[in-house]
Write a protein that binds this ligand. Sequence first.
Ligand SMILES: Nc1ncnc2c1ncn2[C@@H]1O[C@H](COP(=O)(O)OP(=O)(O)O)[C@@H](O)[C@H]1O
Ligand SMILES: [Mg+2]
Length: 298
Amino acid sequence: MNVIETYNLSKYFKEKKAVDNLNLQVEEGIVFGYLGPNGAGKTTTIRLLLNLVRPTRGSAIVLGEDITKSKNYLRKIGFLPDVPNFYNYFTPREYLEFFADILNVDKKRIDEVLEIVDLKREKRRIGTFSRGMKQRLGIAQALIHNPSLLILDEPTSALDPQGRKEILDLILSLKGEKTIFFSTHILADVERVCDRVGILKEGKLLLNDTIDNLKKKYSRRTLYIEVDNPQKLFIKLKEFPWVESLSLSNKNGILVKIKDMSLPQREIPRIIFQEDLFLFKFEFLEPSLEDIFLEVVS
Ligand SMILES: Nc1ncnc2c1ncn2[C@@H]1O[C@H](COP(=O)(O)OP(=O)(O)O)[C@@H](O)[C@H]1O
Ligand SMILES: [Mg+2]
């Protein structure tokens, strides 16, 4: 089942197409990374999904409801905005009591969520908190009514490496229990915790696939070869149309990016033999998400 489905969802601000014909599906139970540079339209998408702005055109089904017709689904969503506001003079418990009251949630739930975000023994006021602790408290607040969908807008962006790690670990700990949709401009975050990634640029979705599929699709395209005379092989390989790019790496290595796998797999060993080279290594490299990202975005 899909928790989020959008159909040509668009939001234009005058001429600016902040979100442009977005068709997105987010399956129940997954961690979805919504990746894109600043200004790509991530926050606008989230605001559309949360019914905070009206689509210019298109529509979306969130948790089975048409967002242009109903607001009931919002009760099943927990949301952490990109710049959360806190009442600095509250302790975490007081702060959550405030929301538990508003949302009519049993006070027992406060202990549960404080435990989840590891703030149970924290008695200080929020004003003294690190950014990472504040983000964790923000997630506790988003979880207070036990929503099935969690939407987090750039939860790691303002954090130092330690704070980022804490938030990503927290997301991982919720995996399976909740569907998590989070936006980020940090590739490494997506690589660490997401099942699926959507890459957004200038309001348009460039790609939406599982991390596993992406790696499969883009792998077997880069070869790492080590021979006794890599310069000689480099000059030879330059002639072939199936070579996309070549670069010498460390002492004996060459990185060969190829356009089509079938030919090179037979051809390269033959060339190595013909050139009387001594072969040390011949392997396909697993691409990083960064390689894929750069390829897709450029
Ligand atoms: N209320 C608004 N009025 C005019 N332009 C806006 C408004 N909100 C966002 N935009 C523009 O839409 C684009 C996408 O913004 P946003 O969704 O905030 O991107 P992101 O969250 O990916 O950084 C940006 O160019 C931004 O300036
Ligand atoms: Mg944003």
